[in-house]
Design a protein around this ligand. Structure first.
Ligand code: CR6
Length: 833
């Protein structure tokens, strides 16, 4: 039986009459039951908890998909510009609760489940985290997706559909052990495959020439290997808005044609081997945070998702409009989340030059109008560079294009500004030649777009003054600051519904969409009744966290102790080891002076170390060993507890943050680009102890100097000290408490083996203490004493905490996204009816 395909596709699409599923409890109940029966093929009586969770997610998904289709259609028909956010990481966490709260379905779904004898809260906790990111950068992308939908901005997020997200962390004898995170082994109800938008991607091969119909020569990329990219869409539900944008994640697949040939030759095993190799491209997220990883697979991952995404964007432009290419930027803005997707610049050039036959000048103009770039780090070791040899092998045509971009830049604007200055050319070149040849992805990103932004005011200043001074001199108008933000829906409404209700009761609901309205709470700081309720909510979360600590660390902590929290990736620049120095100092003080008036404290850590980062792992081992000693020392009792919660991630953060009293933001000044945990903690009423680094500077400005504990060297002082020649031994010899502390860490006291923490001790002394822990030590210890004194005055402390909640509205990602929309993307809001 053969029916011509064309006869199956009628001229008018077969859109069924719109069907409203209804949001009543009854309607939701029957949706969930239908999914249990017909989607999962289970009996309602014997369905597993996972079945109920999947069925509930699907019932919610059913109710948002229509809005997703509507949003997409409206965005296409209205012809507005869209933002395409390119990011190698999205740390989404769990989706169900966020989608319920944002869509307003929470109460009816809870009721529906409870009428069927099911507990929504239990289902919510069973959802695996979608951990497709390392830390701040990936979580920022997730917050941005939430804000884009909430604010009715037309957007698509593009990324990789990793089969394995960030590793699961376990401690064995205090040491970190990594396990694979098979987050979607059982599938995920949130993602929808879009096979009709599959893309084909070329790699490797060589470049030849072809001639177009007018006889003009064009480069041609031949003898390549091919990969397919299958897109998976995840709907992004905004708060109180009908815009549902999508996050589109690409999964790598083997090219069927390629395999077919080998199959015919009878090499079945060989064909499947090739297929397996192709699929490794989207297997696993690189677990490096803020460090460059020069691996071929990583470059292939970057190009794979960039090429798929650009092909998707170009397809939409060509199918949607019949406009000249010069109009492309009026329809599409592309944001590069760090340099990871920067190969998009030569890729768009390649498409325009080689496939669309544009001339160089027109193509370059389109690129510059389309792209913009966010820089997330000043750390030199984190600035991406690819060896020219590798680049040429994987992407030979792109390297040619990069060389030409470079030549035009150096011979044009650079020569004009600094005639004959070879040194300036070496500094500005896209190719680093100081030992081997490397492509500087950051330089290409600044050059290939119209805007480069830093992520906090201080960071942007340092970007202009220190990282890119010559670029800044050439193109000052390109540099903008856009301070990071976090979504207050997840980081207050979802993780702290009690505080959210108290706020709403006090100042109304408006803060959820306009966070500046939180300032309305300022007056409540002086209201004793309000403070009591605020404190009771904090205590509630501390009780919940104490239970989690008991369950996962086996340590009993009192909710009346001060909860002192440092949660972030483990990195020397973030200085968990400075925190450690202070705890060891306190431990000594308690032993020397058991009667000292010190408010009991629980030091809480959460952090993953990159698997190959030796010193970071040594620091984890040291903190766990210290915890083991302190927690079991009868001389200490309840005064001091130290816990390192394993497997820190988004869901654990949602439990820790509402329970925190003190937020540790103690990076060496000039090293933390922004930080975003600092914002979430302050929002939930944890006071910050921090250096003048990243967004801490702006947090201090917002909450006021009286409501934050700032200490330590400033960026300028750090620079001066290093210029003078920093010598940690001076601090060691001049400060007895510090000396005793370090000697104790270097002894066999904590594990029975003096060599266990030699690497840590050496980093403080023999290796020059690159992050200046010793220089900041005394100021940190003094600031901690002030914290202790303030915490002993509960009314004062709560007042300060309330003022933190009231005054951090600026750090809403809605404000951040509005800044991008106004200053960089020039995007209009499009309300979906
Ligand atoms: N590691 C910065 O270090 C910033 C986030 C998001 C980081 C951090 O200070 O808040 O980005 N940088 O802007 C990179 O990942 C390169 C981070 O998360």
């Amino acid at each position: 039986l053969s029916i011509p395909l064309s006869s199956l596709s009628p001229a008018t699409p077969m859109t069924p009459a719109p069907c409203d599923l209804g949001n009543s409890t009854e309607a939701i109940k029957s949706s969930i039951v239908n999914h249990v029966r017909f989607t999962l093929g289970a009996y309602v009586d014997s369905a597993s908890p996972n079945d109920w969770w999947v069925a509930t997610c699907l019932a919610v998904r059913d109710r948002v998909m229509d809005s997703a289709t509507k949003s997409r259609t409206l965005h296409r028909k209205s012809g507005v510009r869209r933002i395409h956010y390119l990011s190698l990481e999205y740390l989404m966490g769990r989706l169900l609760e966020n989608n319920l709260r944002n869509s307003g379905l929470y109460d009816s779904v809870k009721q529906a489940l409870s009428e069927m004898g099911k507990d929504l809260d239990a289902l919510l906790q069973s959802e695996p985290d979608m951990g497709l990111g390392n830390g701040g950068l990936g979580r920022l992308a997730a917050c941005f997706m939430d804000s884009l939908s909430t604010m009715n901005l037309p957007a698509i997020g593009y990324g990789i559909h990793y089969e394995f997200g960030l590793f699961r962390q376990e401690f064995v004898n205090g040491r970190q052990v990594e396990h694979p995170d098979a987050w979607m082994r059982d599938g995920s109800p949130w993602k929808i495959a879009r096979p009709s938008y599959r893309q084909r991607v070329q790699l490797y091969g060589r470049v030849t020439q072809r001639f177009d119909e007018n006889g003009n020569p064009h480069a041609q990329w031949v003898d390549t290997k091919c990969l397919l990219g299958l897109p998976w869409d995840i709907p992004i539900v905004g708060y109180d808005s009908h815009t549902v944008n999508v996050l589109r994640l690409w999964q790598a697949q083997a090219d069927e044609d390629f395999n077919f040939k080998i199959f015919n030759e009878g090499s079945y095993i060989e064909a499947l081997r090739e297929k397996a190799i192709a699929e490794t491209v989207s297997k696993v997220l690189y677990p490096n945070d803020a460090t460059e990883s020069g691996k071929e697979l990583r470059l292939v991952q970057q190009y794979f998702f960039v090429a798929c995404s650009l092909a998707d964007i170009v397809r939409r432009f060509k199918n949607g409009y019949s406009l000249p290419w010069s109009e492309f930027p009026s329809k599409a803005a592309i944001q590069l989340n760090d340099t990871h997707p920067a190969v998009a610049i030569p890729e768009l050039m390649r498409i325009l030059l080689d496939e669309e036959n544009l001339d160089w000048g027109s193509a370059w103009k389109i690129c510059q109008e389309t792209f913009s770039y966010t820089n997330h780090t000043l750390l030199p070791e984190a600035l991406e560079m690819w060896s020219v040899g590798l680049f040429e092998r994987v992407l030979p045509r792109h390297l040619q294009i990069i060389y030409r971009i470079n030549a035009q830049f150096l011979d044009g604007p650079v020569e004009a500004r600094w005639p004959g200055d070879a040194a300036k050319k070496r500094v500005l070149s896209l190719i680093d030649e100081r030992g081997g040849k490397y492509v500087r992805m950051a330089h290409m990103s600044v050059l290939g777009g119209h805007a480069t932004n830093g992520v906090a005011a201080l960071h942007t200043r340092l970007l202009c003054e220190r990282l890119f001074p010559e670029f800044h001199e050439l193109f000052p108008e390109r540099f903008v600051n856009i301070t990071n933000g976090v979504t207050f829906r997840r980081w207050l409404d979802v993780c702290n519904p009690q505080l959210s209700s108290l706020i709403t009761e006090t100042i109304g609901e408006g803060w959820k969409k306009d966070a500046s309205k939180l300032r309305g709470l300022d007056a409540s700081a002086d209201d004793a009744g309000f403070r009591d309720r605020y404190r009771a909510i904090k205590r509630h979360h501390k009780v919940v966290l104490a239970k989690i600590i008991q369950d996962s660390c086996g340590v009993c902590v009192s909710p009346d102790a001060l909860f002192d929290v440092q949660i972030k990736r483990l990195h020397e620049y973030k200085r968990q080891h400075l925190n450690l120095l202070n705890i060891v100092t306190l431990y000594r003080q308690i032993l020397n002076n058991p009667k000292a008036d010190f408010h009991p404290r629980v030091f809480i850590f959460g952090a993953k170390a990159a698997p190959g980062y030796f010193l970071a792992k040594n620091i984890i081992h040291a903190i766990n060993s210290l915890a083991n000693k302190v927690n079991n020392d009868p001389r200490v009792g309840d005064k001091l507890k130290v816990v390192f919660l394993p497997n820190y991630g988004v869901s654990l953060a949602e439990k820790i943050i509402p329970a925190a009293d003190l937020s540790e933001q103690i990076s060496t000044a000039g090293k933390e680009a922004s930080g975003t945990g600092n914002m979430k903690l302050a929002l939930n009423g944890a006071l910050t102890i921090g250096t003048l680094d990243g967004a801490n500077v702006e947090i201090a400005e917002e909450v006021g100097d009286d409501n934050i504990f700032i200490f330590g060297l400033t960026v300028e002082q750090v620079t001066d000290l290093k210029a003078r020649g920093y010598n940690p031994w001076e601090y060691y010899w001049n400060n007895e408490a510090l000396r005793d502390t370090i000697d104790w860490i270097g002894s066999d006291y904590f594990t029975g083996h003096a060599h266990d923490f030699k690497p840590l001790r050496d980093s403080f002394l023999e290796h020059g203490d690159p992050y200046l822990c010793l220089a900041d030590y005394q100021m940190y210890v003094d600031a901690q004493a002030k914290v202790d004194a303030a915490y002993k005055q509960p009314e004062l402390w709560t007042k300060m905490a309330v003022l933190n909640t009231a005054r951090v509205g600026f750090f809403s990602s809605d404000r951040t996204i509005q800044d991008y929309a106004d200053k960089v993307w020039k995007l209009p809001q499009v309300a979906v009816p």
